[in-house]
Design a protein around this ligand. Structure first.
Ligand SMILES: [Zn+2]
Length: 292
């Protein structure tokens, strides 16, 4: 079983005109990528995986900031994800988006799970501009823990200017996991470039994991991340994820076997390839308690 735990719901049912596609080198230093997949191109990209989890984030009900226009209100985000998931239910599962400062956030969680069938939550404290340790956020975590809904957090940096770096720093997840010990958490991107801060958190907390999405195209960081995970004995807490459309599952899988390329001709220690095979086949849905 190969599972992509981190993809973004395609918002366009039909292909968009090439001139409307956003190709942004901020996200991929090595390649220009389409940022507007449609339903069909999403499913084509998921051909190498057995299951994929998709989601988008909800906008801030207190108002948007410059450059924030890509986020939509929670109800729209969740309807879009649910519609896509329903049409591809043999392969795709969906997480809901919600904003902790939305007075209807708890009701939207009920609606998105019970009526729409979404099975987890995606939050991005930096993009959504909320304090991950604030009382509003803690209310969401508490409800998620009660309902056994895993939360996947964007963690680490972002090229988006307004996105507060500290809100997505992985060290904060230590306090979240201490306060909500039964909450299952995925720390996206191993919190790049603060991978070691992520590694010490997932090492401590049995229900906290990390996904390796959107990391391979910085090969020296990627090698170091997987060596740190080896030395701190947390390779078993890492999930496969692509961050599609930023990267595809196939690119992400191919890059696993190239991780030691950057140290060829040196005496630096290798990342054990057998352990990468386990990341590839790890059943992240089962570890997160998601029926599938
Ligand atoms: Zn993402």
């Amino acid at each position: 079983m190969i599972i992509d735990i981190h993809t973004h719901t395609p918002r366009d049912r039909e292909p968009v005109a090439p001139e409307d596609d956003v190709v942004n080198s901020m996200w991929r230093p090595d390649a220009a990528k389409s940022a507007r997949p449609d339903w069909k191109s999403y499913m084509e990209a998921m051909a190498p995986v057995d299951k994929a989890v998709c989601f988008n984030m909800a906008s801030d009900p207190r108002g948007t900031r410059d450059g924030d226009a890509t986020l939509e209100p929670a109800t729209e985000v969740n309807d879009t994800t649910a519609e896509f998931v329903r049409a591809h239910s043999d392969k795709v599962l969906g997480f809901l988006g919600v904003h902790p400062h939305d007075p209807n956030a708890l009701e939207e969680i009920e609606r998105a799970t019970q009526d729409l069938g979404l099975v987890g939550i995606k939050l991005g404290p930096n993009y959504q501009n909320f304090d991950p340790l604030g009382p509003e956020a803690f209310k969401i975590y508490g409800r998620a823990q009660e309902l056994k809904l895993p939360i996947l957090f964007h963690q680490g940096t972002s090229p988006v200017r307004f996105a507060d770096l500290d809100y997505a720093h992985p060290r904060h997840m230590d306090r979240v996991a201490t306060a909500f010990p039964d909450l299952r958490v995925v720390m996206a991107h191993v919190g790049h470039p603060w991978q070691i801060d992520t590694i010490v958190v997932i090492r401590k907390h049995p229900n906290v994991y990390a996904d390796i999405s959107a990391n391979f195209y910085r090969p020296w960081s990627y090698y170091n991340e997987l060596r740190l995970a080896t030395e701190w004995s947390v390779l078993h807490k890492l999930f496969l994820g692509s961050d599609f459309p930023v990267a595809t599952p196939q690119e992400t899988i191919d890059a696993l076997w190239r991780v030691n390329d950057v140290i060829q001709g040196t005496n630096l220690p290798e990342v054990p390839l057998g352990e990468l095979e386990k990341i590839l086949h790890r059943n992240s849905l089962e570890l997160l308690g998601i029926p599938h």
